[in-house]
Design a protein around this ligand. Sequence first.
Ligand code: ADP
Ligand code: MG
Length: 701
Amino acid sequence: MPGSFLETPIEFLKGVGPPRADFIKKELNIYTFGELLSLFPFRYIDRSRIFLIAEIQEDVAYVQLKGKISHMQSVGTPGNKRLIATLADKTGEIDMVWFQGAKWIADKITPGIDYIVFGKPTWFNGRLNIAHPELETPDENNPAVNDFFRPIYPSTEKLKAKGLNSRGISKLIKTLIQSDRFFISENLSEPILHNLKLINRQEAFLHIHFPSSQEHLKKAQIRLKFEELFFIQLRLLKHKYSRTQKQSGNKFPRVGEYLNQFYYHYLSFELTTAQKKVIKEIRVDLGSGKQMNRLLQGDVGSGKTLVALMTMLIALDNNFQACLMAPTEILANQHFQNISRMIEGLEIKIDILTGSTKAARRKQIAQGLENGSLQILIGTHALIEQNVQFKNLGFVVIDEQHRFGVAQRARMWEKNVIPPHVLVMTATPIPRTLSMTLYGDLDTSVIDEMPPGRKPVITKHAFESKQLQVFDFIRKQIKEGRQVYFVYPLIKESETLDLKNLTEGYEMIRLAFPAPQYSVSMVHGKMKQKEKDAEMERFLKKETQILVATTVIEVGVDIPNASVMVIENAERFGLSQLHQLRGRVGRGSDQSYCILMTGFKMTSDAKKRIETMVSTTDGFLIAETDLQLRGPGDLEGTQQSGILNLKIADIIKDEKTLKLARNMAADIIHDDPELVRKENSPLLRYLKILDRYKENWGLIS
Ligand code: ADP
Ligand code: MG
């Protein structure tokens, strides 16, 4: 609907000329009326409630206060200045502190007049204070301000400096809503609105910005959250439908020599029940004539790669090629070596392609791929480059999906006329709510069982002061023939500092574990590949008993004899990283240990992370906790996917709504997959608008 109200460029809004429009575009990423209207308040102040300073409790969240500024003072050293202003009402005093923009604020403040202050009070040195409060003079006649539920919009110092504080934004939205052309067409169908008793879209926008009561606000939120989650699901399920119903897939009817040989003569152990179940699920997909798109979840070491390999062999048995894409070169190399070893003697042509593959080798590989003689290709994202062309690619494995963008996944499809079957493997368990949204169009398989004989890793927390005891324990383990990892954090912003930590740690460990009795190797990201490989090799061959490393070993190395993982500064790691690191041990039959070393100073989140690690090895439980601690926006891999840029819904808090949206969307796609029924026309129309707007969503499938 070009020219529609919602798609009108922001510069056409009264009071917003081209320069201001440019500023809004740049700072808020808002280009149209519709986008401005979708900038939702993140909080509302109940203006009917003004707290007295004496009422403030220790654990109160945000409060609104009213009082006069009694005095103001700039303290601190140059470069580290802050402004303190004291607000007083008839019951007490509270300090307001600004660490930034102090001068600007100081100029604005007039002592002796009334202010309305909004912020989160905390106790500091026995005094109440509020850092960076919102501050304004009471202005009962301001037309943009609702007296009871005042919307608060996200703003920044930069925006505020241009008059776009929360109130400024509110005024813009008010102008928009009061315009003669203000009209928002419905995007949900009549039956949905009716069955779920939702208010219509135009009303919802009105009430979300200017609620006249708590009840109106609630209804607007319910409606808009549902809408947001519903269209994500509808879109995913519609894509899934087109893929499975319209798009044909290669049929792999045969189980032939390769798989049979491998299964009966090469495999030295029984498959676990979970592996058998997953292989069955995959075989059903491969025989269906539809393209498979399956997510395989399972903890590190649960045997996913083996399942992938067996599926590759089925592809080969049906005269197709297969490839496996890994997120890092180390991991690609390891897959290549493992898989080559496992199929040695089967006369399968397998090769590896990464960023560091030399031109001459590349040429050979390209030839082999195009004439079909090369059957399995392992690699990094080098595989998705345009010039990598297969003769007949039938099956793609993507390992550790969360490191690839969804767009990259989509590109694998184009490698064959009939898109290859895709198996996405991830060792990072994904909570159900999240996977419903991130991978809502994929079928899911789970390996929820470890190969027999594995003992769960014993995890202990130790403060740094206990280092000597930890070393004693390690000496005992080494005496029993085990090997040990020491991992140090490496976080980009402080790379040099971390490198110093690592090398100091290495020296310290060498002192504690002196030659010739002990030998220690070290691996970190700054080393040349050759050096890294050589050091790893020494550890692998048991020439060294201790490997000091950064998180480069997080995904990758598989050394069953290593039974102790010591994580230094464990408080600096995220939960999923800790879980991945712990997965490096416990791969053999010996009892393994993970020791989380921390300082005494820990944030409450860090404490919770350590407690979680100590109390469970269940990857799904850990993932749930991670999601709760960090929120979905911060979860590894979700940022680049873009799909979780939710404007109003919250995947954790709105889990019920999410499930409702999912079920509703599934019912609709089931009854009317093409959305051709008249009642569903608003849905189809809106999906088309989304297609234009959020092109990246389309890449999810
Ligand atoms: P993942 O890919 O899930 O991390 P792998 O497939 O690499 O796990 O398997 C980890 C290790 O366990 C490998 O050495 C593999 O050979 C072994 N393994 C896999 N399945 C079984 C099984 N059913 N019984 C015993 N060992 C197994
Ligand atoms: Mg693996």
